[in-house]
Design a protein around this ligand. Structure first.
Ligand SMILES: Nc1ncnc2c1ncn2[C@@H]1O[C@H](COP(=O)(O)OP(=O)(O)OP(=O)(O)O)[C@@H](O)[C@H]1O
Ligand SMILES: [Mg+2]
Length: 224
């Protein structure tokens, strides 16, 4: 597989955790793999350049990529919706340039793991969103479900929209965002019964990244 697009039911649900674990898992099979965070919002200035934690984490597990901006071409300072941050910075996020950034990485790697920003339908400009970028990249999608109240609705809407855009849903990951989610197993069972794609991994609440790597190992090989 040339690439995978990681989306989530919301912001802060474990996309970066899953993306970095997946990259390392694929690398452990001998593949040359890089991460890509096309758009980030929530950056600090490092050596005169805005940088974001997620992209730094992806860069760290992508040793074959020399420059930060190859992993994260659009880095916006405030941690707000990207289209608003871009507009405040006087920028228009342009999908073809993000597709071309992906293409450059894909040309040099066996696989590129792309992390969205926020959830599936986050706007990027006045007319297009992260979902349009996934369509433009034509990548299979992996959905990270952050287990919390409301996640069933968010998951089902996201799955419906991914399918409506004609993309392949590889599967989903159930991520325990705390160790005290009420009825977590019932929530997972409800999603298994309603999502027509495999549950690829269940990540316990614990010390990242170790728990993610333990849980992802042996399971994603079913589809990757
Ligand atoms: N299973 C878990 N156990 C413990 N901590 C977790 C778990 N999953 C995620 N976290 C923590 O929750 C936070 C959010 O996770 P992460 O950054 O991977 O989410 P995200 O979906 O990538 O967020 P964003 O929308 O900002 O990109 C991080 O601090 C991460 O370490
Ligand atoms: Mg992230």
């Amino acid at each position: 597989m040339k690439g995978v697009f990681i989306t989530g039911t919301d912001t802060g649900v474990g996309k970066t955790l899953v993306a970095t674990a997946l990259i390392r898992q694929l690398q452990s099979t001998g593949q040359n793999v890089a991460g890509y965070k096309p758009v980030s919002a929530g950056c600090e200035r490092v050596n005169g350049q805005f940088q974001n934690d997620d992209a730094q984490a992806l860069l760290k597990v992508s040793p074959s990529v020399p420059n930060y901006e190859q992993i994260n071409p659009i880095a916006l300072e405030p941690a707000i919706a990207p289209h608003i941050a871009a507009s405040e910075a006087g920028l228009t996020i342009n999908l073809p340039s993000l597709v071309s950034g992906y293409g450059n990485l894909a040309a040099e790697h066996d696989c590129v793991v792309v992390e969205g920003a926020g959830g599936w339908r986050v706007p990027l400009n006045d007319h297009e969103g992260m979902d349009d970028l996934a369509v433009a990249l034509d990548l299979p999608v992996l959905l990270v479900v952050g287990l919390r109240l409301g996640c069933i609705n968010h998951s089902l809407l996201t799955v419906e929209s991914i399918r409506a855009r004609g993309l392949n849903l590889l599967g989903w990951v159930a991520n325990h965002l705390s160790d005290s989610i009420p009825r977590s197993q019932e929530n997972i069972d409800s999603l298994i019964a309603r999502i027509d794609a495999p549950l690829l991994a269940e990540l316990p609440y614990g010390d990242p990244p170790d728990i993610a790597e333990m849980a992802l190992r042996f399971q994603l090989h079913r589809v990757l």
